[in-house]
Ligand binder design. Structure first.
Ligand SMILES: [Zn+2]
Length: 72
């Protein structure tokens, strides 16, 4: 189980780094990290495709507000 935990930690570390990179990139562009500023998801077109994180605006500041990010 020790090894399994180490692997899980590595994966979540990697995910956290990727997420941080994604947030920084989108912060520079001013776009929502979840939908890359599109405001909707193409894959969910048959459901409600509107991005819930930015309410379809695709704006970074709306994403921060909706997801309650604690950014400096
Ligand atoms: Zn969005």
């Amino acid at each position: 189980m020790e090894i399994f935990n180490k692997i899980t930690n590595k994966i979540s570390e990697w995910n956290a780094t990727q997420l941080e990179k994604k947030i920084n990139t989108n912060r520079d562009k001013g776009t929502c990290p979840d939908c890359s500023g599109r405001g909707f998801f193409v894959m969910d077109a048959f459901l409600d495709p509107t991005c819930p994180s930015c309410n379809g605006t695709g704006s970074f500041s709306d994403w921060v507000e909706t997801t309650q990010q604690q950014l400096e």
